[in-house]
Design a protein around this ligand. Structure first.
Ligand code: F6R
Length: 337
C-alpha cells in the first residue's frame, strides 16, 4: 500500500476515535446559551456540508423543528430572529460559506460556527459567537467525525436532540468492533465497482445523506463519477430510464442501502425494480446497516462507504488524498475577485 493510501485508510479507520474526541472537545467548548430555534440552517460545502445532511436525516423523526442544509452564497428568505444558522467550514475560508455567514448575520438570527480556523473562526471569535474549533491537518472530508459530532452537540445545546453522548458512544463501539470486518467487505465491494459507474440507492430517509456521502467519497477518494437516488421516489421516474443508454448500464454497478427502518413496501419495491429493470446492469448489490440506534446504523454505512472508496482508489491505482481540481478551482476563483 502506498503512503497516501495508507494515510487516508488510517483516517477512515480512525473515524470512531475521532467521533469520541469530538464529543469531548465540543463538550468543553464555550457555547453560551443557544435559544431553542424554530428552524435550523446548516451552511457549508462538500465535506463540511455532509454532516448537516446527516444531522437532518437523524433528526427527521425526533426534532420538532426542520433542519435544512444551505450550499450556496445566499441564504433562504425564511431566516429570521427565531432561526439558528450554523456555518460549517473546515478551512474557514470557503467563499460560499463565508458569504452565507455574512448574510445570516444580517438577518438577525442566532449564528454559530464550526471550523478549524481561517476567516470564519476569526470572525466568530471577534464577535463572540458560539464556536466549536476542530483540530486542523485533515482533508475536510476526513474530518467528518469532528464536524458532525460538533454539530450534534450544538443541536443538543439548542434543545433539539437528546442523549448525544450515549448515542455517539454506541456508534463508536459498533465501529470499533466491526471495522476490520468492514474493511474486508469494502475490498469486495470495491472489486464489484472497479471499472464501473457506481449508482447508489437509498431506501430509507435515515440513509439519504449516507448515499450522498458514498457519492462524494467515491468522487474525491476514488476519483470517479457516481450517481445517487432514493426509493420510493425513484419508482416514479428513474425506473423508466433504467438500462439506457445500454452501453452505460452494461458498465454500471448498483449499490442499494437498506436499513431496518426501510418501509417494508419500499423493500418490496426495490426487489421488483431489480427484477423488472436490473437485467442490463453489470452488477447489483444490497447492503444493510448494522447496529441498534439510528446514529450507529447511519454511521455503519458511512464507514463502509468511506472504506470502499479508499479500497477502490487502491485497486485502480489512484491516490485518494489530493483533490487537485477542487484546489485549482479555489485558486482560480480567488484570483478572479
Ligand atoms: C476536501 C473536501 C471538500 C471541502 C469543500 C469545502 O476534502 O471534502 O469537499 O470540504 O471544498 O471546504 P471547507 O470544508 O474547508 O469549507
Amino acid at each position: 500500500m502506498k503512503g497516501n493510501e495508507a494515510t487516508m485508510l488510517d483516517m477512515v479507520m480512525g473515524l470512531p476515535e475521532q467521533m469520541a474526541e469530538a464529543l469531548e472537545r465540543s463538550g468543553k467548548a464555550r457555547l453560551g446559551r443557544i435559544p431553542r430555534p424554530q428552524g435550523v440552517t446548516v451552511a457549508g460545502m462538500g465535506g463540511s456540508a455532509i454532516g448537516g445532511d446527516l444531522a437532518r436525516d437523524l433528526l427527521r423523526t425526533e426534532s420538532p423543528v426542520p433542519i435544512a442544509t444551505n450550499r450556496d452564497y445566499a441564504v433562504p428568505a425564511s431566516l429570521g430572529p427565531r432561526s439558528l444558522f450554523v456555518a460549517v467550514s473546515y478551512s474557514g475560508n470557503t467563499e460560499e460559506t463565508l458569504s452565507a455567514y455574512r448574510a445570516a448575520r444580517r438577518s438577525g438570527c442566532t449564528v454559530a460556527v464550526i471550523s478549524s480556523g481561517g476567516r470564519l473562526a476569526a470572525s466568530a471569535r471577534r464577535s463572540r459567537l458560539p464556536l466549536v474549533t476542530v483540530p486542523g491537518g485533515f482533508p475536510p472530508r476526513a474530518a467528518l467525525g469532528h464536524l458532525f459530532v460538533s454539530l450534534l452537540v450544538l443541536l443538543e445545546r439548542a434543545g433539539l436532540l437528546h442523549r448525544v453522548e450515549r448515542r455517539v458512544g454506541e456508534a463508536v463501539s459498533l465501529m470499533v468492533g466491526r471495522r476490520q470486518a468492514w474493511r474486508r467487505r469494502a475490498k469486495l465491494i470495491a472489486k464489484r465497482l472497479r471499472g464501473r459507474l457506481p449508482v447508489v440507492y437509498s431506501t430509507a430517509r435515515l440513509l439519504d445523506a449516507v448515499a450522498d456521502r458514498w457519492r462524494c467519497q467515491l468522487n474525491e477518494n476514488a476519483k470517479v463519477v457516481c450517481h445517487t437516488n432514493r426509493l420510493p421516489e425513484h419508482n416514479h421516474n428513474e425506473v423508466v430510464g433504467m438500462g439506457r443508454p445500454g452501453f452505460l448500464a452494461e458498465r454500471t454497478a448498483i449499490v442499494s442501502l437498506l436499513d431496518r427502518g426501510t418501509h417494508r413496501r419500499t423493500a418490496l419495491r426495490l426487489k421488483n425494480v431489480l427484477s423488472i429493470a436490473g437485467g442490463g446492469y453489470a452488477d447489483a448489490q444490497t447492503l444493510q446497516s448494522e447496529g441498534r440506534g439510528s446514529l450507529a446504523r447511519m454511521m455503519s454505512l458511512v464507514m463502509l462507504g468511506d472504506l470502499a472508496s479508499v479500497e477502490l482508489a487502491g485497486q485502480t491505482g489512484v491516490d485518494p488524498l489530493p483533490v487537485a481540481r477542487i484546489d485549482e478551482l479555489k485558486r482560480r476563483l480567488a484570483r478572479a475577485k
